[in-house]
Design a protein around this ligand. Sequence first.
Ligand SMILES: [Zn+2]
Length: 89
Amino acid sequence: MSSFDDIVESTSDVATDDEHDPEGHTIAWERQQVAALLDETRTALTDIEAAEQRLDNGLYGTCTTCGLEIPVERLDALPATPACVNCAR
Ligand SMILES: [Zn+2]
């Protein structure tokens, strides 16, 4: 899996040879990868902001679906998760 920086770098390297590099991916493909990364990051950010809000409201660690407490081990692994294991399934 390429990092954002790797993709940006390789994209600028081949910027003048669009679609014709037999070794690499096309710029269109790379752009798609970057867009997917950005989407993922935006989703993660939304989750984190929602978790912050629950923290402010004193509801952090409480499942937003069933209202039960989310186990600490789960919060350690997924600090921004809004749901307990049962409800996340
Ligand atoms: Zn739940």
